[in-house]
Every structure is written in C-alpha cells, then in structure tokens.
Design a protein around this ligand. Structure first.
Ligand SMILES: Nc1ncnc2c1ncn2[C@@H]1O[C@H](COP(=O)(O)OP(=O)(O)OP(=O)(O)O)[C@@H](O)[C@H]1O
Ligand SMILES: [Mg+2]
Length: 498
C-alpha cells in the first residue's frame, strides 16, 4: 500500500509456553502517530522487539517501506530507518551531545579525520529541528533525563530514522516535560516520520495519536482513528471489562509520628536540610522535577547512602540508618523507581521475591516452606493481577509493569512502619493502578506511614494528605491536601513565587 512505512501481518511470538503475540497485524503510515495500548503483559514491548529485530517472530510477515523483510535483525532495522527511543537512553555519558549525535554516522571510522565544526553545526541543526535548546558541546552525563531523551531523538533523526518507536517515553518525566516531548512527536509527524507510541497514560494517547491499536493477551483487539473512540470504550477494550473500581481517597485518622526528619542532608547526593514528618495512616506525597533530589532522599532514608547531617527518628526513636538491612529491621520498606537495582531479584521466582521481606511467615524451624511460599505469593499474584503462567517463574521474564507489581508485593506481607514508594505506578496499566491505590489506602488504614514520590500530579493530588515539593535537593514547600492545586505545586517545583 502506498504511504505505508510499516506493515506487520499476523505476527506470532511464544516464549517458553507464553503466547506473547497471537497473530498481531499493525501498520504505520508516513506522517502518522499510531499508539499501541494494552494492559501489562499484553505484548506491546514484544511487538516492538520484533519490529526492531531484537527478537524474531515465530511466524508472520514484516514489510518496511514496501520491502518484505524475511529476517529482521538490528542492523537491518537500523538501515531501514527504524529507531527505538528507550526510557533510559543508551547514550555515552562521557561524550558531548554533538559526539553522541554523530556516533551512528561516523561509527566505524575510528581513525578517520573528524570535522568538528561540521559535526557541531549538524548537531545544532538537528536539535533545533526537534525543538531542543541544548548546547551541543555539553557532556551528556550532565544532562537531565528529558534532555537526554531529546538527544536520543536527535540522534535517531540524524541517522535518518523514518520509523520512530517510543515505548513508554514519558514514564519518568513530569507533566511539563511530557508537554515538550509530545510537541517533538508532533514535529516528527509533520516532517513525515511515522511514530509508534506506547503509553499507559491515556491523556497522552488522546493528545497525540492519529490511530490507536489495542492489544489484549497478545491479540490485536481493535484499531481505530482517535476521533472514533472515547476513553471509556478504550479502557473496556484494553481490560475486557468495565473499570468500575475507582477508589476515591478515604479519610484515615492519623496516628503518632512514625517518621521524622530533622535537617537531614546528604551532601554528596545533593540532599539539603530536609525536615518532614509522616504520621501513622498518613500518605505524604513528594513532588518535584526530575533531578530535584526525590530519589536521593528516598535512598538516604533506606540506608543506601546514609546522611551526613541531621536526625532521622522512627517511631520517636533516633535511628542512625547505616544500611538497607538496618532500615528493614527498623520497619522501613522501599519500592524503588529502578526496580532492577533494588526492587526485585530478577533471576529468582515470583514466589521467592514476594516473600523475601517476610521469610519468617513462610518458614518453620529455619526452613522455607515452599508450599506456604507458593500460597502467599499466589494471593498477591491474584490481588495485583500479575500476569504470569506460574508463581515459580523468574521475575526477569515478566513485562515491565508486572515486575513493578512484584516489587510492591514484597512489602505487603510485613506491613512496615514506614513505606517509601518511588513512582509506585510508573509503567502500571490503568486497572492495576487502581488496585495499587486501593492497596495503599488499606496500608494507611492499617497504620502504615507512606512516603510516596510521584511525577504524576493527578496521582499526588488524589492520594496524598500532604505534598512536600522538592527543588534542588531541598523542600520548597509543604502543601496540605485542601490547599493543593496543580498550579501551586508546579510553582513551588519551578521556584516561582506564588
Ligand atoms: N524473554 C521473555 N521470556 C519469557 N516471557 C517473556 C519474555 N518477554 C516477554 N515475555 C512475556 O510475554 C508477555 C508480553 O510481555 P510484554 O513485555 O510484551 O508486555 P507489555 O505489553 O510490554 O507490558 P508492560 O505494559 O507491562 O510493559 C508477558 O506475559 C511476558 O511475561
Ligand atoms: Mg512493555
């Protein structure tokens, strides 16, 4: 068909008995943004891996720019102008922006003469094309996450990519940065590129997509122009039922102060003079831009990088938290943003991961009771709708969102005194998100003090009793639930006077 950049027909892919894709057909026209949506584990990332050649399909055909591709592999995909923009861009932090952009162009000619001026000029031109005001001479390691994403996009454009794939590109961006990224997507479309856009945030889909394809359990359920589908129907197609389970914030009587910070600093991590309390039953939100020190604060409290100044009190007692093991003994739980690093042990089973923090409950006389372990984890798999053939499967085979659910399930069995959640619903589908919010409410009702870092303003406004807004490593202000508005929180995060 004319104008089609990509045509995938009847793609099937199975992983060790899991039908990740069952006959998926999908196409992309030049100058089009085609969104791919679906629950965690529906097969979105697997489909992308097949288009980029990272995995090969069991059956089905791929046609790129009119050419039938019999064996897609990464070099072929690149040569055909297919580029994937990853959530954590694969850039070289020690090189400059211009060098990173030039890399795919003069890669291989390591000893060739480099025309630095032309390279810099070229980089500025491409950056301008994507609307990014970034100095090409800056070192990539010093850029913020959204800036790195823009460089990654510029790099793809520089390499003449015609099919851009974005798999949850905004997961760690704040609202304002998302607006910027969507603007770039529109520019790419106007320039004639095709964009495959994956996101769990339906507002983004409605803001930017021309067409939407819904995947469910590895099947393409529907493809519609954006104008011919509304939100409720889209959700119904994704989850195969009506989403009636929306949990409004419940009022929980607050108990004693469970966590208190008095002038806590961690100078090497850029955390400055944090004073804050969280009561039993309270959910305190932490807002701020990417790089404002939120994760650094969480890692300080969990003992990953102990503070160099100030006092931390847990249930009224001073606690010199020196390590994660120490934090856990004090009753502090932590679900990190980077789940691969501290959240789960990828090579271990779901059963082992979910019971990791409370081995006592599934052991007798010092031995782990495997049946008890399986029972306990099966309960969480059902409650959180973790999509897996068996609780004995390794966590590394799960889709991104399902891994996040395992990271959370780990802490549910012990009901810690303090639970720190860093972007708890990042990458989580809309139905599971409501489940996670409900679980947070239940934990609060049971007296757990929750500190929730989130880049999603609606989530903070809906769930938090108070919101601490961070800026440049310090608290710029604390807003109570009744006073919290998007403008107020954003003004504090950006340092604008109210
Ligand atoms: N390497 C693998 N080994 C085993 N199973 C896998 C592997 N990769 C994917 N799967 C399975 O294939 C299915 C689809 O996964 P995929 O990552 O494509 O989902 P997704 O739609 O991207 O989900 P999410 O929204 O959570 O990112 C899941 O059931 C997953 O467990
Ligand atoms: Mg995915």
């Amino acid at each position: 068909m004319a104008g089609l950049l990509l045509e995938a027909a009847h793609i099937t892919k199975t992983f060790a008995g899991v039908h990740a894709l069952r006959g998926v057909s999908f196409d992309l026209a030049a100058g089009e943004v085609h969104a791919l949506v679906g629950e965690n584990g529906a097969g979105k990332s697997t489909f992308i891996k097949i288009v980029t050649g990272a995995e090969s399909a069991d059956s089905g055909t791929l046609t790129v720019a009119g050419r039938a591709i019999h064996r897609m592999d990464p070099p072929t995909a690149r040569a055909l102008g297919v580029a994937a923009i990853y959530q954590n861009p694969a850039l070289f932090p020690g090189l400059t922006v211009a060098e990173n952009i030039a890399l795919p162009l003069d890669g291989g000619r390591a000893f060739g003469r480099v025309d630095w001026r032309a390279r810099r000029r070229n980089a500025s031109q491409i950056l301008k094309q994507v609307g990014a005001a970034i100095d090409p001479d800056r070192e990539v390691g010093r850029l913020s996450m959204p800036e790195r994403q823009l460089v990654e996009i510029a790099k793809a454009i520089g390499a003449n990519a015609r099919i851009l794939i974005m798999d949850e590109p905004t997961a760690s961006l704040t609202e304002r940065e998302i607006g910027g990224l969507l603007e770039v997507v529109r520019r790419l479309r106007a320039a004639g590129a095709g964009v495959i856009y994956i996101s769990h945030k339906l507002e983004e889909i409605f803001a930017v997509a021309d067409r939407v394809t819904v995947l469910r359990d590895g099947e393409s359920i529907a493809t519609r122009p954006r104008g011919q589908i509304e939100r409720g129907e889209l959700v119904r197609l994704m989850i195969g039922r009506e989403l009636t389970t929306m949990y409004p914030k419940r009022v929980v009587p607050l108990g004693d102060v469970a966590l208190e910070l008095r002038g806590v600093s961690n100078r090497t991590r850029g955390v400055r003079q944090i004073s804050l309390t969280v009561r039993r039953g309270e959910i305190v939100g932490v807002a701020g831009l990417v790089g404002s020190g939120r994760t650094e604060l969480a890692e300080t409290l969990f003992g990953l990088t102990p503070p160099d100044e100030g006092d931390i009190l847990v249930n009224g007692a001073a606690a010199a938290i020196a390590s994660p093991a120490h934090a856990i003994r004090l009753g502090i739980g932590y679900v990190p943003e980077d789940r691969q690093r501290h959240g789960v042990i990828p090579a271990m089973s779901i059963a082992a991961n979910t019971t990791l923090s409370n081995l006592a409950a599934v052991s007798s006389r010092g031995l782990i009771d495997r049946a008890a372990e399986r029972r306990a984890s099966t309960k969480y798999v059902e409650e959180l709708r973790i999509r897996t053939p068996s609780v004995l499967d390794a966590v590394e085979g799960l889709s991104g969102g399902n891994q996040q659910k395992v990271a959370l399930a780990r802490w549910l069995s012990i009901q810690p005194a303090v639970l720190i959640l860093d972007e708890p619903t990042q990458g989580i589908d809309i139905a599971a998100k409501a489940e996670i919010h409900e679980i947070m409410e239940r934990l609060a009702e049971a007296g757990v003090a929750i500190l929730m870092i989130s880049s999603e303003l609606p989530e903070l406004l809906a769930m938090a009793d108070r919101i601490a807004v961070m800026r440049r490593g310090a608290i710029a202000g604390i807003v109570s639930r009744s006073d919290a508005t998007p403008d107020r929180v954003m003004a504090l995060a950006l340092g604008h006077a109210a």
